[in-house]
Design a protein around this ligand. Structure first.
Ligand code: NI
Length: 253
């Protein structure tokens, strides 16, 4: 059984979320963490987790969605952290890929949300793109743990995150031809890895070009099990235990 530790199950992407879950269940997915990126999607996360018992949620403000966000959006997150099915603040972080001109406000928001996570003792789900140095430097100042979603850095960077207590999120990118992340993940201990799809984005090979869904965690798992030379069963057991160490997915086998 697999857990999709990072997806975005929104109506704007999926006409029928129940069908997406039913199809993924048939492929062995038994739990999901759907992530919000702004107040609109955070509200949808809350709705989805109340509807489907196997879906857990993270609420956050993604750096790409931060424009126009106010204290009210942060309060909304703070006010909903007592929901038992909200397992993290996420996704949050830094993204300098497209926008560098708002670096300072990205950092400020990231720090505010990390402070909240620290105060409320809630793990975080981190998005970091082209911003490794700042992400590491900021994280060092907070007693937080969680996972680095869609990790794409070097082995040295992975080791630093792991030392700080973070899990490394592996998704469909690893199945892409020439993906350098293969060599990095090959060298990271299995005890520090979790699987994710980032649905509807980052569809794994051989389905690239079509919309991603949580059922494709199986294709990612198959790739990683070959890379690590262990059985699918063993991989699912270890990665699920890893996730459970940090995120409280109640009742999860
Ligand atoms: Ni995401």
């Amino acid at each position: 059984m697999f857990v999709d530790s990072h997806c975005h199950l929104y109506k704007e992407y999926y006409e029928d979320i129940k069908k997406v879950i039913d199809d993924a269940t048939k492929k062995g997915v038994n739990y999901y963490i759907t992530n919000g990126v702004d107040t609109k999607s955070n509200k949808e996360v809350l709705e989805t987790i109340s509807k489907y018992k196997e879906v857990y949620g993270a609420i956050g403000i993604h750096p790409e969605n931060m424009e126009g966000s106010t204290n009210k959006d942060i309060e909304f997150i703070a006010n909903n952290l007592n929901n038992k099915k909200i397992v993290a603040i996420g996704e949050i972080g830094l993204d300098y890929h497209y926008t560098k001109d708002n670096k300072e406000s990205q950092k400020e928001l990231f720090q505010t949300l990390l402070k909240l996570a620290e105060e409320k003792r809630v793990p975080v789900i981190i998005h970091s793109r082209d911003a490794t140095e700042d992400t590491l430097n900021i994280l060092k100042n907070y007693h937080v743990t969680g996972l680095i979603h869609s990790f794409s850095g070097s082995l040295e960077t992975a080791i630093q995150y792991i030392k700080m207590g973070f899990l490394i999120g592996v998704n469909g990118v690893i199945t892409f031809k020439n993906a350098h992340i293969k060599e990095v993940i090959a060298k990271i201990p299995l005890e520090n890895i979790v699987l994710e799809t980032d649905s509807p984005f980052l569809t794994p090979h051989p389905y690239r070009g079509t919309q991603n869904n949580p059922g494709y965690i199986k294709e990612i798992a198959e790739f990683v099990s070959e890379l690590k030379n262990i059985s699918l069963e063993e991989l699912s057991k270890i990665t699920n235990n890893n996730l459970q160490r940090i995120f409280n997915l109640k009742g999860r086998e």
